[in-house]
Write a protein that binds this ligand. Structure first.
Ligand SMILES: Cc1cc2nc3c(=O)[nH]c(=O)nc-3n(C[C@H](O)[C@H](O)[C@H](O)COP(=O)(O)OP(=O)(O)OC[C@H]3O[C@@H](n4cnc5c(N)ncnc54)[C@H](O)[C@@H]3O)c2cc1C
Length: 391
């Protein structure tokens, strides 16, 4: 939607085809945490992409949260946007070294990151569960469903045509162009971007085999009065576990807690036991509160945890795999993808194009991978903390 908005503003003729309603998938269901950058250190990106491209990618990541909030402000997107920071916390003694490395890396880059002591965390986030952490003031929060709906409104306002309930079932060559077909009709376009994320499966199976779709679930309490709410900051909060937990307080005072989902999707309130346990452990005073909302969605995850931009063919592009960090990333990526769709050489863009998608071996076992992978990662979390783990 960010790409469509940019292109429409630049005067291109743009059509968005959405299978369901706006925000039906990850963009309307996420934790609303606006986080700058990737989880990779600059030297890791340089190792993967080479010096220039690695650095360019890191530079781009560094601006994503600022770019996202700037775009929200420029278009007056009504989505409870608050650039009050992203707090990353650790409950493992070994995590404190990582906190220092992260702060040092961002500060070396000129970003105003700083460490938070256990006492500061207790004050800000109202729990003693974490040994330390750091805050990145560039981050923050949004109401995700409002954001994506508002983006669609802005894109339409700029001239893009947005069709809902228009599932694309086929994309085929039509001379130099592409014919994009839904059950009800088709559109011929010079350039096409697939932005179907974790739900890419039926439309492009080879692309879908290049990532794992992983469920993430959330619960939210009802609005809590100030006297009761333990979270004193409007920042986004997540921990540094391999199977991470994320939480925040929203504008209305709800406490929202998210984390790993069960494989295959939620089957009722029992599927959310892990999130309820997290809420109770972090905030014992809220343990008896019945959540008002339960929901989940699918995240696209790559083995190297890097997002992908594919040039599939002449004029056919795809973007996916934000690895759970797509809110800032995708808003900021819109203008980059718009450049690719306008004919700019993809090799000159900050996110190097990957061609063609490399399949994850034995991808048909994706559910087994996801389940085994998260059990293994949770075991490692447990060993580092010497705490019992519940599944
Ligand atoms: C529960 C959860 C919590 C998350 N929390 C955070 C967070 O706090 N911070 C963060 O940065 N990121 C978070 N993420 C990740 C983030 O939401 C995603 O990276 C981002 O929203 C992806 O946006 P997208 O537009 O690429 O994909 P989506 O929002 O998944 O959109 C893809 C769209 O494609 C449509 N589609 C699929 N197939 C077709 C077809 N054949 N034809 C037409 N349309 C089709 C779908 O209906 C869908 O609307 C979270 C994700 C989940 C699921």
């Amino acid at each position: 939607m960010s790409t469509a908005l940019t292109l429409a503003e630049q005067g291109s003729s743009v059509v968005v085809l959405e299978a369901g309603e706006i925000g039906d998938a990850a963009s309307g269901r996420n934790g609303g945490q606006v986080i700058a950058g990737l989880r990779h250190f600059p030297e890791e990106l340089v190792e993967t992409y080479g010096r220039d491209r690695g650095r360019r990618l890191y530079e781009f990541g560094a601006r994503t949260a600022d770019d996202a909030f700037a775009l929200i402000a420029r278009h007056r997107l009504d989505c409870e946007a608050a650039q009050e920071g992203w707090i990353n916390v650790t409950d493992a003694p070994s995590g404190l070294d990582m906190v220092r490395r992260r702060v040092a890396a961002w500060r070396a880059h000129g970003a105003p990151a700083r460490e938070l002591s256990r006492a500061e965390l207790r004050e800000l986030i109202g729990t003693d569960a974490y040994l330390g952490g750091w805050i990145d003031p560039r981050g923050g929060t949004v109401q995700p469903l409002s954001l994506v709906r508002e983006l669609a409104r802005a894109a339409r306002g700029a001239g893009a045509e947005v069709f809902v309930h228009s599932r694309v079932v086929d994309i085929a060559r039509a001379g130099r162009d592409w014919r994009v077909s839904t059950g009800a009709g088709s559109i011929v376009a010079r350039r096409v971007l697939l932005a179907t994320n974790a739900l890419t499966g039926p439309l492009n199976p080879p692309l879908a085999r290049s990532f794992l779709p992983v469920w993430s679930y959330q619960i939210a309490t009802g609005p809590l009065p100030d006297a009761i709410t333990p979270i004193r900051t409007g920042a986004a909060i997540s921990d540094s576990r391999r199977v991470l937990r994320y939480f925040r307080r929203d504008r209305q005072g709800r406490v929202i807690v998210g984390g790993k989902g069960t494989s295959g999707g939620p089957k009722g309130p029992g599927s959310f036991n892990l999130q309820r346990l997290t809420l109770a452990r972090l905030y014992p005073a809220l343990a008896s509160i019945e959540p008002t909302y339960y929901w989940g969605g699918q995240v696209s995850v790559t083995i190297d945890r890097l997002p992908r931009f594919f040039v599939l063919d002449d004029g056919l592009f795809a973007t996916l795999a934000c690895n759970g960090k797509g809110v800032a990333w995708n808003l900021a990526l819109g203008p980059v993808l718009a450049a690719a769709l306008s004919g700019v050489d993809p090799d000159s863009l900050p996110l190097p194009p990957a061609r063609p998608p490399a399949p994850i071996p034995f991808h048909r076992l994706k559910r087994v991978y996801a389940a085994a992978g998260s059990t293994w990662l949770r075991l490692r979390d447990m060993i580092e903390r010497q705490t019992p783990v519940r599944t």
